[in-house]
Design a protein around this ligand. Structure first.
Ligand SMILES: [Zn+2]
Length: 353
């Protein structure tokens, strides 16, 4: 008898250990009621909203693109941001955004916000990357890799197209009309763009490094366009930074009336580039020590830069030969600005040996 009891107990033990799960599979739900009674009650698997949020965040980590929406004042769902998680898509975007002003997508968790300025500025580059992947066979990729990249960029482009079309067509409109509104001044200054600005009444060519909008409290907003150009300050020749401010204006303004504007907006961009390059070559030929007679104005740099007329005088031009081959070839490709600070305006037709 005792044996039978022992056996039964052992069997029950075995059943509870193996056949039945220790904890039944129960889905627990929690009802969340809006305390202001403005939202319908809803059921959730989480007792707190923050746990629900955490679970959602971890579930979407491997989704290639996460597109977030919020309900705007017009009672419509609009894009709040989007995040790229796909490794292949990230590598394509890294290539397209390479060298973009202070942009580190890693720091931004690969999240883009409207109006997606870097993507609008590099839209053409993305199109080129797509085209190159589609038509070029010799990119050093295995057929599988190429296929994977091509699929990823195709999907990425069709997603981005919907979001970027308004901005891309707004830029086409700016180009067509030659007019721009203050808030979208960023459109025409993608980093790397060649622009024209005034140096003491003489037009010079610079390259855009970055743009930034400033909105000081109680004062008009303005854009700061930071640029680099080849300068000659009487001592050394090389790339120097300069800034140009565009103050807030009402309605529209002609691009060419701004204190700085892209070379591509001038009437004859090709001719302009040619003339500027020619002047740069002249500047380049003056490398070394020369005594030149000059008739024109000189710009004195100090706390307050000033322009002074000079009669016939002799100036010493010293062009430092840059030892760094890279910066040298970069400098040679540049269109020299038409003034030289601390010395004299080289663009003047009056200089000669
Ligand atoms: Zn509510």
């Amino acid at each position: 008898m005792a044996t039978t009891i022992a056996t039964t107990t052992a069997t029950t033990q075995a059943v509870s250990d193996h056949a039945l799960p220790r904890e039944p599979d129960v889905t627990r739900l929690y009802r969340h009621d809006c305390k202001y009674e403005c939202c319908p009650s809803r059921w959730s698997k989480y007792d707190t909203v923050s746990d629900e949020q955490l679970s959602l965040e971890s579930k979407i980590l491997s989704d290639p693109i996460v597109h977030r929406h919020h309900f705007d004042d017009d009672k419509k769902w609009v894009t709040a941001s989007f995040t790229i998680n796909s490794r292949v898509m990230r590598s394509i975007l890294s290539e397209a955004l390479d060298g973009y002003q202070d942009l580190d997508m890693g720091l931004l968790n690969w999240t883009f916000f409207p109006p997606y300025i870097p993507l609008v500025h590099r839209w053409d580059k993305l199109l080129i990357l797509h085209l190159r992947l589609a038509v070029k066979k010799d990119l050093g990729l295995s057929p599988e890799e190429r296929e994977m990249k091509l699929t990823a960029i195709g999907q990425l482009m069709s997603f981005l197209k919907l979001l970027l079309t308004p901005s891309v067509s707004a830029f086409a409109e700016t180009r067509r009309t030659g007019k721009i509104a203050f808030d979208i001044v960023w459109q025409i200054f993608p980093p790397g763009e060649l622009v024209v600005t005034d140096f003491f009444g003489v037009k010079g060519v610079c390259r855009v490094l970055k743009y930034k909008k400033k909105t000081p409290r109680g004062e008009p907003a303005y854009w700061v366009i930071t640029m680099e150009y080849v300068d000659w300050n009487g001592e050394r020749c090389g790339l120097t930074e300069t800034k140009c401010l565009i103050y807030e204006f009402e309605g529209f303004q002609r691009v060419l009336s701004l204190p700085v504007y892209p070379v591509s907006f001038v009437e004859d961009p090709a001719g302009w580039k040619e003339r500027a390059t020619e002047r740069g070559r002249k500047f380049e030929q003056l490398r070394g020590y020369h005594f030149l007679s000059y008739n024109g104005t000189k710009v004195l740099m100090g706390e307050q830069a000033e322009e002074r007329p000079v009669g016939l005088c002799y100036i010493l031009l010293e062009m430092l030969v840059m030892t760094d081959e890279r910066s040298r070839s970069r400098a040679e490709l540049w269109w020299m600005p038409m003034h030289t600070t601390g010395a004299a305006t080289l663009s003047s037709p009056h200089y000669g040996r």
